[in-house]
Structure formats: C-alpha cells, structure tokens
Ligand binder design. Structure first.
Ligand code: ADP
Ligand code: ZN
Ligand code: ZN
Length: 735
C-alpha cells in the first residue's frame, strides 16, 4: 500500500455490513446511524432498501470503498443486546457459504417471524384468564353487554382459569372483550409458569444401553460424533435421556432434532417428566407468537432442552453442550426448497464449531454416516436388541405374480390379517400412496388420466370425486367416459390407501379401522386424534402412509403388511434402494413392540430381488454394506460430493440453453465431473420444463470453485426472464 492509499484508507468512512433478507449472496454496506457508533454484531437494524425499509442483521464493519454519497444510513438499531451471539453468527455464515445461499435469507431462517418483522425481542408470555367477580351479580351487570356476558359465562365454567390459546380456540375475538371485563374488575389475567411434573424413574438400562451411555461419557465434553445404531425399539431414546440428563445436571443445554412427524406430544411429555427441566418444542405447527416464545426461552437460557424439527438447528442456545439427531437418516431433515440445507449435516458442523459431542441415532443409518464410521470419523455404538421383552419380527414375502391382489391386497395378506385380528392383535397396513388409485385407464384405447401441467399421471381420489395431481396439486373432475374414444369402461389401476380402506372395510366388516394419511389428517389435531385411537388399540386395523411408520409406538400391533415395495425397486433415483430399505425396516419396526411377537408381510412382484433377500435374511447392516459398495462402484455419494443446478421455464429450450451457457463458462478442472445439462427425471412439472446440471467431485476443494463459477456466471447475466434456477448442494433427490 502506498502512503497515499494508506491515508485514503484511514480517512475512509466506517461502514456496517448488513445481512438483508433479499436474494443476494453478499452483505450490504450502510453508514452507521450516527458517526462513530459501535457496530453491534448480531443486532437487528432497520435500513432503507430501494423504496422499502427492511430489517437486517449487522454482521460486521469495515471501511467504505465507494464514495460516501452513494451510501445510505442505518435508520435505527432495534436491539440493545445483540439477538444473535458470535457463535450462532459464525454458524449461520458458514451455512450460507456452504450452501451458497444468500446470507440474509439464512439469517432470516434463523429468526421467528415476529423478530424478522422488527418486533421487540422479548415476547409477551401467555396468560391465564380467570373470572374475579366474587359474589357480585355480574350477570345483571352485563345485561347490556352480551359478548362480555358470554365470555364471563365461559370463564365461570373454568374456575381454574383459561389459557390464552384455549380462549383463541373457543372464543374468537375474545381479547377486547376480556379487556373490557378486566376494566370492570370482573376478570384478571396472570402469567402461568408450568408446573413441574411428577418425576418418573428411568428404567434400569440394559447392558447395551449402559455401554452406549458409558462410551458417550468416556468420550468427554469435546467434539465427537457418535452414531447410535440401534434397532427399532432398542431404547435409543433412553440413551439420549441419560446423556441429556448428565449434561443438564452440569448446567448445559441440549438440542434434540427429530423428523417432521416424529415430534409428538408423547415424546415431549417423556422428556419433560424424565428430565424435569424446562423443555421447549420448536416446530412448524407453532403459531408465530408460540415460536417467538420458544425461541426466546432457548436464547435466554431458560429452556434447558429444545426438541425441534429441522429449522431448530438454528436456535441460539448460550449453554449448548450436546446435540442429538434422532432418526438421522430421515429425509425430512433436508429442506427441499429455498434455503436447501440438511439439518443433520449442519448439526454436526455446529457441534464441531462449539467443540461439543453430537449423537446421531437411527435403526437404519444413512450411508453417509456409515461411511463416516468406516473412515474413523464417527464412533459407532450398537443396540442390537430390542429393549424389554420384545422380540424381532418375522418376515414373509408374498409373490404377487402368483397371488394376484384384489384392490391391492393378496389373499395371503388378507388371511394373515384375519388370523391376527382373531388372535386379538392389531394390524397395520402400509402403503406410501394416498388416494384410491394412481392410474385411471381406458382398456379400449389405452388412454390414461394425465396431468396437463406435469409429466405425470393423476391420482383418482374416489371420495372427493376428483383427479388429483400429487406433483402440482391440480384437480379435475373425473370424466364419465374416456375423453379419447368415448369408452364407458374406465378402470382404476393400482391401489392407494383409500382403496385399501374400502377393501378392508368390506372384507372385515365391523372391525374398527382408521386411515391415516395426508387426506384424512388435514384438520389441525386430527392426526393426533387418529394416532391416539391407534395407540389405545381402539382401532384394530390401521391403514396409512409413512405418517404411520416413524417413531410411533403402537404396543398392540402384531402384524405389519407392506403393500407395495416394487415402486422403490424400479426407481431410477440412486437413493431409491436406500430409502426403500429404510422404509421397510422402519415400518416393520412397528410390529411386536411389546410382549407379543410381530410378523411382517411384504408384497412384491420380485421376491428374488437381492435387495429384499439381503434385507430380510441378513439385515440392514448387510444391505447397507452392499449398497455402499454399489455407490462406490458408480462413484456416487457418499463416495463423491454432488451438487445440482436446476433450471425451469415455461418453454422447453430455455432451461437447457441457460445451463449449457453456465456449463461452458467453466474451464475444465481436475477432479470434477460435470454431467448435463439434461432434462430432469420429471421433465415437466407444474407447467414448467425442467433441466439440470450436475457436478460430482471427490473433494470439496475441487467442487467449491465450480459452484462459485456457476453462480458468477448466473449472477453476471441479466436475469433470464421466466427461467428460474436453484442450486442444491448435497441434494437428496434428483427429481
Ligand atoms: P427406539 O427409539 O430405539 O425405537 P425407545 O427408546 O422408544 O426405542 O424404546 C422402546 C420401548 O422400550 C419404549 O417403550 C421404552 O420405554 C422401552 N424401554 C427402553 N429401554 C428400556 C429398558 N432398559 N428396560 C425396559 N424398557 C425399556
Ligand atoms: Zn379410450
Ligand atoms: Zn401436475
């Protein structure tokens, strides 16, 4: 630097780097609100952006490199104390860089909506309202105020008071009315603190569980990844609870990540009763206010354990000392749109940055994690047997070429269902396809009902009397006759859960049955209700999709029927066999979880398929070994790193032209293989044509420059009208 340059640098104005929720892969520079103000890293600020005013996060400061008259000024600092501490800021910056996602959008993903919108950091606490009329004749006093009287009547029936969420549900618009009652001295609100539940002693851990806990303890408090590989029902949760209990006793916080549908009130209750420290849940079902409260409880250190779905990985936790990822193989940890991150992978990074242990648990570990065990990066603890008295289930394959199914069910499966019902067992019939039939077909001319906007068939939903595209959500009425030839004999091919339900109700009349899938559980609370009936054993037959398969404990289920495994065997996706094996083992794990032994029946057209044979006779570990060898031979993940650039547009050429341009902008580089551009496996979806460009590399250091070059090329060109693109680093699906 020359002396002149140095002087210019010293005289340059100080600027703050702000992450704003806009699709830019960089921070923006602003002048401080007052000259010389100290930059509060991690605090929110309000800044002008174009004609708008946005809330952003201060991530650092520097010296202006452009003329100050081109810079705008921060309007206000919104937080006295930074919302995000340096550790979480560093974590978010790492995530933005790794996934090449706009930093401001990553930061926004870490904040509950009220905070994103600039609301005060400290949330209001939920309160409980009680009637405080005493002996006064409030009914007469409220003669002319019918709404107030109605609310008072409701409160009168609850002498212990009603919580605000309960009031929201039972008396819409209650707030101003409650305030009016309070002004008359007739009602009162107070903040409730949850009561400590009665304690529940833990079961005596079995030898394998003890060994796993001991290994965690022996590894000490530093960074280490433990893969807890325990068969379904082996008591992994007890191992987590023991480890979390120790951390909590030393004053640490713990973060537990669970798959989307694994976070049940039962699980929270179990944590709460056993740990007896404040446990907070964070998931997408919360209202904005609830989420804000939960987030703040975690961030302020009041919550000692946070149990949440994938986005909970971003929660600031000042005393975080242990992370647990339950069902680490579960695809719902990957966000498939917008900021495409993998919460398990990020959890490992967060643990590494903080220097704390992390436990990844699963009955069917991902091939990624198993490979890390082999490489010596992860420690491996096994729980090979079920806890308590439960024995492993027995498997049988039904050959659908010989035993032709009726409405999806073979005679063999129906006979076993009858047998188990007679013996007092509960039966679970699993099919990962909702609706009545996946294909509506004309036998006269071969026409099928296809979606006009997707390269896909439409599913017939008989109850709704509609054709429904599961890819773009389009709905159409069911034609009375074939639109191509006028034929009157349209027939459904294949079966979905709705068809299974119909068949089972006809075949087993009077047997209480529940169907659990996305169609039957749309109403809030309906899934809980159905699962409650399933758990209590009230329903003897359960039909459902993967909603039934994960994490649920149905003590009376003795038979699991897996209606269709062939979908997974025929898929072209390189992860399909891993998914299929995991799905089978997880569903099978619902059978015989208590004292009664379980049985699993799989229907297939390919009973001799090696995947099924290995899985059934040798188990998941052997399947995984074979699958890893195949991935290695094909040089696919986890043997190589993968990134995909997707593009889509209403016209077929545009996405491929764009991707070709991007591909050609890249100089040939060693250690990277570029595939495509090629049409996506589903070439048309929701009216748009889709193409993709893949990069495979053995090392991150070889992949990174490719991603940077792709983005530089995309960001340098004028926004191609109507072509949307997205980058997916470590994609789970190539759909
Ligand atoms: P996983 O998560 O491995 O599928 P869970 O932790 O849910 O298994 O445990 C399965 C069942 O076994 C639960 O009902 C649990 O209470 C019970 N269980 C776990 N550990 C023990 C133990 N050591 N002794 C008796 N029962 C146990
Ligand atoms: Zn026809
Ligand atoms: Zn469609």
């Amino acid at each position: 630097m020359t002396p002149t340059e140095q002087r210019a640098e010293e005289n340059a104005l100080e600027i703050w780097h702000i992450a704003l929720p806009v699709p830019l892969r960089k921070t923006l520079d602003y002048l401080p609100p007052t000259p010389g103000a100290k930059p509060p890293a991690g605090a929110r600020v309000r800044v002008p952006f174009g004609r708008r005013c946005l809330v952003g996060i201060v991530v650092g400061s520097g010296r202006a490199s452009v003329a100050p008259d081109r810079l705008r000024r921060v309007q206000a600092v919104l937080d006295e104390r930074p919302l995000l501490d340096p550790a979480i800021l560093a974590f978010l910056e790492w995530a933005a860089r790794y996934y090449r996602h706009p930093i401001g959008e990553v930061m926004a993903a870490a904040l509950p909506a009220p905070l994103r919108h600039g609301r005060g950091a400290v949330p209001s606490l939920p309160r409980r309202w009680t009637l405080t009329a005493g002996d006064r004749d409030w009914r007469t006093a409220l003669r002319r105020a019918p709404r107030q009287r109605a609310l008072a009547e409701l409160l009168a029936t609850h002498p212990e008071g009603l919580d605000e969420p309960a009031l929201d549900a039972r008396f819409p618009g209650w707030r101003p009315i409650a305030r009016a009652l309070a002004a008359r001295g007739l009602a009162h609100a107070h903040v409730v603190s949850p009561e400590l539940p009665a304690s529940e002693p833990p079961p005596a851990l079995n030898a394998d569980q003890q060994a796993a806990v001991e290994r965690l303890r022996a590894a000490g408090p530093g960074f280490r990844v433990h893969l807890l590989d325990g068969v379904t029902g082996s008591g992994k949760t007890e191992v987590y609870l023991a480890a979390i209990g120790e951390v909590a006793a030393r004053g640490g916080q713990a973060l537990v990540l669970v798959p989307e549908i694994g976070l049940t009130p039962q699980l929270l209750d179990r944590f709460w009763r056993r740990l007896r420290v404040p446990v907070t849940a964070l998931h997408s079902g919360l209202s904005d206010a609830e989420r804000h409260r939960a987030w703040f409880a975690a961030r302020s250190g009041r919550a000692r354990v946070v149990v949440g779905t994938r986005s909970a990985v971003f929660t600031p936790l000042p005393d975080l000392s242990l992370i647990v990822v339950d069902e680490e193989h579960d695809p719902s940890f990957k966000q498939q749109e917008g900021f495409r991150y993998h919460a398990r992978d990020l959890a490992v990074v967060r643990a590494r940055q903080l220097g704390i242990p992390i436990v990844l648990g699963s009955a069917t570990p991902s091939l990624e994690s198993l490979r890390n065990v082999r490489l010596g990066r992860y420690r491996h603890s096994r729980l090979p047997e079920r806890a308590g008295a439960a024995a492993p289930p027995r498997f049988t394959l039904v050959d659908l070429r010989r035993d032709k199914p009726v409405d999806g069910l073979s005679q063999a499966l129906e006979a076993r269902i009858a047998g188990h019902l007679d013996a007092g067992g509960q039966v679970l019939v699993f099919l990962n396809r909702r609706g009545f039939a996946p294909v509506l077909f004309c036998p006269d001319c071969g026409w099928t009902a296809n979606c006009t906007r997707c390269a896909a068939r439409m599913t017939w939903h008989r109850g709704e009397r509609a054709l429904h595209c599961h890819h773009c959500d389009a709905r159409r009425p069911v034609p009375a006759a074939c639109p191509a030839c006028g034929g009157q004999g349209l027939i459904p091919l294949g079966a979905g859960t709705e068809r299974l339900e119909q068949r089972l109700r006809t075949r087993f009349p009077g047997v209480p049955l529940a169907r659990i899938d996305r169609d039957t559980t749309r109403r809030k609370g309906s899934l809980e209700q159905a699962l409650g009936q399933a758990r209590s054993g009230q329903c003897r037959i359960l039909v459902g999709t993967q909603m039934l398969s994960k994490g649920h404990h149905f003590p009376e289920v003795t038979l699991v029927g897996i209606v269709d495994v062939d979908q997974g065997l025929f898929s072209t996706d390189f992860r399909a066999s891993e998914r299929l094996a995991q799905g089978i083992v997880q569903v099978a794990g619902r059978a015989g979880r208590a004292e009664r032994p379980g049985e699993v029946i799989l229907q297939t057209h390919l009973p001799e398929h090696p995947l099924l044979q290995t899985l059934i006779h040798a188990g998941y570990a052997r399947f995984a070994e074979a699958a890893l060898a195949e991935r290695r031979a094909a040089a696919l993940p986890p043997w190589r790193l993968l990134a995909v650039l997707r593009a889509e547009a209403p016209r077929p050429e545009a996405p491929r032209v764009l991707l070709a341009e991007v591909a050609s902008a890249l100089p040939a580089s060693e250690g990277v293989e570029i595939l495509g551009p090629a049409p996506a496996p589903m070439e048309r979806r929701a009216g748009r044509w889709r193409a993709q460009l893949l990069a495979l590399a053995e090392r991150r250091s070889a992949l990174e420059p490719v991603l940077d070059a792709w983005l530089a090329c995309l960001e340098a060109r004028p926004a191609a009208r109507n072509v949307r693109w997205s980058l997916d680093v470590d994609p789970l699906d190539l759909y």
